[in-house]
Design a protein around this ligand. Sequence first.
Ligand code: 6MZ
Length: 361
Amino acid sequence: MEWCVSMPKIELHAHLNGSIRDSTLLELARDLGEKGAIVFSDVEHVILKNDRSLSEVFKLFDLIHILTTDHKTVTRITKEVIEDFAADNVVYLELRTTPKRNDSKGMSKRSYVEAVLDGIRSVNVVEVDLSHKLNMDTSAYSHAMNDVCDGTGSKKIYVRLLLSIDRRETAEAAMETVKLALEMRDFGVVGIDLSGNPSVGEWLSFFPALEFARKQGLPITLHCGEVPNPDEIRAMLDFLPRRIGHACCFGDDEWKLLKELKIPVEICLTSNIRTETIASVDVHHFADLYESNHPLILCTDDAGVFSTSLSAEYMLASSTFGLGKRDMFQLAEKAIEFIFACDKVKRDLKMIYTTALTELN
Ligand code: 6MZ
């Protein structure tokens, strides 16, 4: 396990509200319980439960959102999530989250994203690269980073944001998210994700927003095939997203199309097993994709909800599919090709892997 932890890793599919520490969720629930807003004993076991079906996971997200929906908490969880990924030697993190409007808290989609950005900027146990434009400015942020980066060789993590559209949202709300992402491009937002309960909503209703994003040059990743829905899967693949997440319930025709189109797949082993989207890890489509040299990236999905980490996902893939240290290193490095950040970041990451390779030998 140790080499999986020490290896530099790239995380491209992590939902902010799914990656919260259990201890933080319990603390937030206790606080709300004391205020009489919820009954703590009713939610404690829900937070600590480990095996959940896919539909139960979305019920848990509804609870998590009750616990996290104010600016201060959004900032706090963002900071902690980044610290946790950095501690696991994730060197590049594309964190995704759904901008939420909550009038009772004076929260707009924009102020939600600003609270997330505040969380990223408040990380101080590790150097954070959020945006090259920002770093070049003599902003308060880069000053704070200089204090941390004092030549002692402290760790660094690149963090970029994807704004998610939840399948429950209206077409207008989806368009609002895309416009927000465009406005926030200089502040670390690099793309759009479509996620949420796959049994809810019509993918096509988001087509105008997604098409607009693409025309404006924003890369898109789609949750695709978490439940059997061949028409939707085919339409999503025909849309040619830059990446897709999961790809669990594909039939033969959809596999063929995916492989022809060579669309990279974000693979979340533990998530798929826990939600029983895939019967067991040894029959996971990772093996087929890996053997056919199809582009794939190992990811956590919801490290908090599924009690996992990116190192644990690497370890699971290594032990299940008989892949050695060197294979796993190559898999990690290959993810550089599929990140949504600019070429400068790709070059920086290549250097990190070149250095790490000499240590591996
Ligand atoms: C689909 C998922 C998901 O955006 O509030 N989300 N969507 N499939 C999954 N597989 C288990 N896991 C998480 O993070 C939580 C939100 O991410 C999406 C859901 O919309 C969930 O409400 P944010 O930070």
